[in-house]
Design a protein around this ligand. Structure first.
Ligand code: ARG
Length: 572
């Protein structure tokens, strides 16, 4: 597929003097109003060097460009050269690419040989996997898919919160009030109960805290009984998390969580000491970040135990040494902004030039229509329940609306879960958002079901057209594309053309919603085209040209959904 902006720049570069190709390229614009052409070139900057009024320059350039094959029409309007691409050539070129490249349309080799780590999800063991965690999980998964699509080598890491003094508390609580069956039956719920009970009891009996600390020290020192209990809590929790990941279709390459770094702390502490970064403060050790406008970072507690931030430093060093990353991305809530700023600075002060390659990708809060979540007040919404409910409600809608499917269960799962993920990826990630059932499962409007439905509609047209016609339509170079030059077909094609660049933009901004919005646009324009034109007409040449455009749109929507981690059912 041609890069049209570049082609145009080359032609203009030949026609004017005094500008480099780069300068010309950066000056070529896409007008917001399509009446002003597909591309425009403002001539103000040339006035000085050419000693001519900009409208005159525009007129000259327009005359020189008018003959080029690339255009249907070139006009000058005031200081602008407005260019209208040859619709036929453009449509043929873009549809050919989207049909021939199929699943690879939009893929590139941009990131070849570069390793990108995407850390996401990272829930805490023995704590609920609630609706708040969906953000990191779903956004991170999409960022991984986008980077993978662009040819980067990717490593997906789940930095489990599986370490820290809370495990001392949990072990003490389990030994005092716990029982094995309960944990096996409902691990997270039960462990959370123990943890909550511990906090109630410690009010009356502060010695429980000392006990918990002693138990955690034993755990840190590798005492077999404590390690076995901790391992068991971890395994049971992971089973529960895995169920959610399976529902979401999400995988990881590594589950190296906080505990993984417990034996890698000594070296980090020595390193900090060597660099003269540690300051003793009431028995604890801190790094003073005052010169950088930040509060001090607590590195070791009074009892010598390390903290969340210490483990993050160790993890980053380990990742650099293990994967030699080009970028190390953390998809973590914006509440932790300071935490990341602090330790990025510390790693820089330790002399790691790669500190600049660590990126925190923050996102806003999810709240529920019925009010904010609160673990204390039991207002936690478990993600698994949300997903199950989405699937059940979708099933009802499918039966009620008589949706076309061979497998109700499978379609309900693809659409219900896709709907939740899509809503998650619709807004800029940094915005807070309110989770709304009505919005999620709507088949109209800018939703997952709408886009999936549009994809299924395209597949259904192709099914009706029959295999023979579809195979012929795939030979786009042999087709007469003058049948698909109407406005809705042309606008649709322009959006397909934009898709590969949208993927690059989404990666640069770490913003899956760029892809989400683009495929909503494609779906809307596809439906406009479907509404405006008969597709399976009697005229064979016309029919094949239209089928080719349907294939191109279907492929692009499917690839977009893939980048969001969402399935594209063939029937709906
Ligand atoms: N487990 C943490 C939490 O749930 C998130 C971990 C984020 N990742 C990191 N490398 N600090 O709040």
């Amino acid at each position: 597929m041609n890069n049209y902006k570049l082609k145009i720049a080359e032609i203009i570069f030949e026609a004017v003097e005094g500008l480099t190709l780069e300068e010309v390229t950066s000056m070529v614009e896409v007008p917001t109003d399509t009446k002003m052409g597909d591309y425009a070139f403002p001539c103000f900057k040339l006035a000085k060097s050419l000693r001519k009024a900009p409208p005159m320059i525009a007129k000259d350039i327009a005359e020189k460009l008018a003959g080029a094959d690339l255009f249907d029409k070139v006009e000058s309007v005031n200081a602008y050269v407005n260019m209208y691409l040859s619709r036929k050539g453009f449509v043929q070129d873009v549809v050919s690419a989207a049909v021939a490249e199929a699943e690879s349309f939009g893929r590139s080799e941009l990131g070849k040989g570069k390793t990108v780590i995407v850390e996401y999800s990272s829930p805490n063991i023995a704590k609920p996997f609630h609706i708040g965690h969906i953000r990191s999980t779903v956004i991170g998964n999409s960022i991984y898919k986008i980077y993978d699509f662009l040819g980067y080598d990717t490593v997906r890491i789940n930095h489990l919160g599986d370490y820290g003094t809370q495990f001392g508390k949990m072990i003490v609580a389990y030994r005092k009030w716990g029982n094995k069956e309960d944990v096996i039956n409902a691990p997270i719920k039960t462990l959370l109960e123990y943890y909550t009970k511990f906090h109630v009891e410690v009010e009356n009996d502060p010695s429980l805290d000392d006990e918990a600390r002693a138990v955690f020290t034993k755990l840190e020192n590798g005492s077999p009984e404590e390690v076995a209990l901790w391992q068991w809590f971890r395994d049971e929790s992971l089973k529960e998390f895995s169920r959610v990941y399976t529902m979401l279709g999400i995988e990881f390459d590594s589950y190296a969580g906080e505990s993984f770094y417990s034996d890698k702390m000594g070296r980090i502490l020595d390193w900090l000491k060597d660099k003269d970064l540690l300051v003793a403060s009431e028995g604890a050790q801190i790094v003073d970040l005052e010169p950088y406008g930040m509060s001090p970072a607590l590195i070791t507690k009074k009892d010598g135990s390390t903290l969340y931030i210490t483990r993050d430093i160790a993890a980053a060093v380990y990742r650099k040494e293990t994967y030699d990353f080009y970028k190390n991305i953390y998809v973590v809530a914006s509440q932790q902004n300071l935490h990341f700023q602090q330790w990025f600075k510390i790693v820089e002060l330790m002399g790691c030039e790669w500190a600049k390659d660590c990126v925190h990708i923050p996102f806003g809060l999810v709240s529920l229509e019925e009010g904010t979540m609160s673990t204390r007040h039991g207002r936690v919404v478990f993600l698994e329940d949300v997903l199950t409910r989405a699937v059940e409600q979708t099933k009802e809608i499918i039966l009620e609306k008589n949706v076309n499917t061979d497998n109700v269960e499978e379609t309900a799962a693809q659409v219900g879960i896709g709907a939740v993920m899509f809503q998650e990826l619709s807004n800029s990630r940094i915005k807070d958002y309110v989770f709304s059932w009505n919005k999620v499962l709507n088949f109209e409007g800018e939703t997952g079901p709408y886009v999936q439905y549009t994809h299924a509609r395209a597949v259904s047209i192709l099914r009706k057209a029959g295999d023979e016609a579809v195979q012929k339509a795939k030979e786009v170079s042999a087709l007469d594309m003058s049948f698909v030059l109407g406005d809705s077909a042309y606008e649709l094609t322009k959006l397909l053309y934009g898709f590969p660049q949208v993927v690059v933009e989404a990666a640069e901004k770490y913003e899956p919603s760029v892809v989400t919005r683009h495929i909503v646009d494609i779906a809307q324009n596809f439906n406009r085209f479907y509404h405006d034109e008969y597709i399976l007409v009697d005229n064979e040449a016309e029919k094949l040209a239209k089928i080719a455009l349907v294939i191109a749109a279907k492929n692009t929507i499917k690839n977009g959904l893939h980048l969001l981690g969402i399935q594209a059912p063939e029937k709906m």
